[in-house]
Design a protein around this ligand. Sequence first.
Ligand code: MV4
Length: 446
Amino acid sequence: MLKKILIANRGEIALRVHRACQEMGIRTVAVHSTADASAMHVRLADESVCIGPPLARDSYLNVAAILSAAAITGADAIHPGYGFLSENARFAEMVEAHGLTFIGPTADHIHMMGDKIAAKDAMRKLNVPLVPGSPGALESFEEAREIAERIKYPVLIKAAAGGGGRGMKVARSADELEEAWQVARTEAKAAFGNDAVYMEKYLDRPRHIELQILADTHGNVVHFGERDCSLQRRHQKLVEEAGSPVLTAAERNALGAQVTSGLRQLGYRNAGTLEFLYQDGQFAFIEMNTRLQVEHPVTEMVCGVDLVREQIRIAAGEKLGYGQEDVQFNGHAIECRVTAEDPESFAPSPGRVNTYHAPGGLGVRVDSALYSGYAVPPHYDSLVAKLIVHAPSRPQAIARMQRALDEMVVDGIKTTLPLHRRIMADAEFQSGDYTIHWLERFVARG
Ligand code: MV4
C-alpha cells in the first residue's frame, strides 16, 4: 500500500483526499501557495510545503515545485484532485517518470480524452451512442456544409481541444454556417493553439447526465450510476443529483453495461466520468473526464462507496474486489455548490468569513475547508462548501436540503445560499422536469 501521498490541490478537495488517506493509515503532504498558508488543508495535513506565490500558474500549476515537494518529503504518490493539473497528461507522465504513482488514469488515456475528437472516435468504436455529426475533424468548409445538410440544422461546431463549453458555435441555418466555422476555428486556435473542429447536431433541450466508473488494473470495470448535472449556469454547475429524476433502472443498467464493457476493452484505469446529453429518451456521449469530479459525493451517498479510497486502492494495484451486481443504488442524493458569489449577479465575493456554522443531522454531509475567521482568497475558484444530503426518496432529499440550507450560516461574505433556497422551493425543480437551460431562465426571472 502507498505510505505517503502528496495532494496537489487546495480547498475542500484537498481535505476530501486527506480524509480518505487518514482513514487508510496513509500520511499526507499538503502543498500550498503563500495565499493559502493558513488554509484548512495545510492545517490538517501531516506535512506541508509552500510551492509558490498566490497565482495558480506559479503554485498549484507549478510542476517543478510540486515534484520537488514530493521528492523532499519522500511521498510515493500524487493525488491531483480536480482542476489544476488533474487532466494534464504531461504532468501524469512526469509524475511517473520521477518514480511516483499518479493517482489517476494513464497519461495516454488522459491525452486521448483531452482530444474530444479522439474521445468520440474511441467511443464510436466501442458502440457507445453519439450525437449525429462529422466522423472526425472537419477538413474543409465544403465538408462542413455537406454534413450540416445531411444531419439538418441547427448544428454546433466544437473545438477538438475544447470541452466544458469552451469553443462552441451554433449555426441555425446554412447562412450562419460560414461565420460559425470561421469563428470557431479562429477562437480554437487562439485559445488552445489547435484549430481542429468537429460538427454535431445541436440538441436544443437536453439534460446533462454523466456516468461514474471505476476500473482497476486487473480488467475489472464497474459503474456507479449517473448524476444529473443539468442545473448549471454558464457551464458552472450549481446543483447535482444522483440518480437523475427521469432515468429508469433499465436505462441506467443498459448504458452502464455498454460503457463498462467499452472501457474494459480500452484498458482504462482508475476513476472516470462519461458525459452524455439525454433528450427524447436517447443518450449521446459528448466528453469523458479523466479525474475525480466536484460532484462525486452524490454518487458516494447513493452507492455507499468512498470513491477516493477506491482511487487510492486502484493506484496501489489492488483489485476492486466486487462486481457490478454488488453495486446497489439506495435512495436519492442532492448536492448544492455554495460559492462566494453574489446570489443574483454572481460577482465574486472573497473576504473574511466571520461566522461559519455547518448544518448536521441525519443524511447531511458538508465538504468544505471553511472555518470562522478564514479569509476566502480572491485568486481561486469561488467554491466554499458543498452541501450534500441523502434521503430515501427525492422529495425527502429536497426537504432535507431545505432544512440543511436553513441551518447553514456563512457570514461576512456573499454566498449563493439564498439562491439554493429559492431553487429547492421551486415547483418546477421539485417536479424534476428541467433541462440544461432551466437555471439560466430561473435566475433571469429573479
Ligand atoms: C452540446 C449541446 C447541444 N448539442 N452538444 C456544453 C458543454 C460541453 N460539455 C458540451 N456542451 C453542450 N454540447 C450538442 N450536440 C449543448 C451543450 C450545452 C451544455 C451541455 C451540458 C451542460 C450544460 C450546457 C449548457 C449549454 C450548452
